[in-house]
Ligand binder design. Sequence first.
Ligand SMILES: [Zn+2]
Length: 464
Amino acid sequence: MQIRFLGAAQTVTGSMHLLQTSSAALLVDCGLFQGRRAEANQRNRNLPKVALEATAMLLTHAHIDHSGNTPTLVRDGFRGTIFATPPTVDLAHALLLDSAHIQESDAEFLNRKFARDPDFEPVVPLYTEVDARRALTRLEAVPYEQEFEPFPGVSVRFVEAGHILGSAQGLLAVKDNGHTTRILFCGDLGRKGLPVIKDPAVPTERPDYVVIESTYGNRLHKDIASSQDELVEVIKDTVRRGGKVIVPAFAVGRTQELVYALNQLEHEGRIPRLPVYVDSPLSTAVTKVFEKHAECFDTETAAFLKENGNPFGFRNLTYITSREESMKLNDLTEPAIIIASSGMCEAGRILHHLRNNVENERNSIIIVGFQAEHTLGRRLVERRPKVKIFGLEHEVHARVVTIGAFSAHADQKDLVEHARGLGPVKRFFIVHGEPEGAAGLKAALGAVGLDGYIPAPGETVALA
Ligand SMILES: [Zn+2]
């Protein structure tokens, strides 16, 4: 038996791991790789043959860096079933169709914009809505804590990961050559006390091997309270300057938590009442999924829902789905908060908002999620004086602020605590982190006597 680290090895995006037994192979996640355009293109369009030939697949959660390349996978030959929790299946419907739409409309936009440039090579979308719909027919929902067999010899149980609605760790019991080995794929791990969703759970059986993320493996988050103070300061400061607050955020997860936080802050009188726009064609679909899966909320949010109704709606909040309404936001003159996807500023409506607002010093851009290397989001975090958006350079005059505690990812302390709770594990495979994050977690695990190993991209490791 062996694991192949096909993606998200020493990087954070493009999650894809393959467990191969003597008779079959199980793919865990098939995410979009985000980074330098040419490399992203090359990697996303050319999935490894072993992934296409896998017997079945587990999807840990709906985020695009874990689910986003399944349309390519299915189109290019994968024949198996994709297992996921019920909320993940519902969110994947919304996210994959949206992702296909983004691929198609970005290609169309660029092809139109550069139509007269003789050196411009027309852009072909990575996949289309037809491909996404075909991939969605392969999804099969399995509730948390219910054992199932993707194929004979392997049984799986989804355990709460506390990262976004529906997020799961996959605990595998693999019978191979007469003995059973347990492997835990943590997926993305959340933090205790995050608003809305439940805390990550520790599986009851001890795993022999663990594949663990390390996005923030070298960092500690500030507490939620001081991050709220920061958010209040930026909003008030921007309002004083008469500007707009632009927040790139994943359509699922951060957006709902931000809306929840803004709702509370306004309620407490800490921020002025100003229009809030969630500009995402996904917003209605995603809000419906949240309403449908209230069983996955933590007790606090469940209580709020019972007393006050929808925790993701308030008077001055507008969810925007149509392109026309989205365009109208460009003409806004008064202060407002605009939350738009995608989280790493690589595609979607956020690009249009950044293009329109980045050069104006009255505006602020708040970065709330992790920004992978070479993405536009990362360049903003690094305070580059100029950034390229849709192929054209723009000077950055807006104030850029990073607020890490709204992250849905465990920090170093949370990760080590989770690892220690799992009992005597033979080895932790550290993935889903840039080299500093992965090395930081390895050192922190080592300090408490746990063995961490950082696989190289594409590496195959035999499991005893
Ligand atoms: Zn995630």
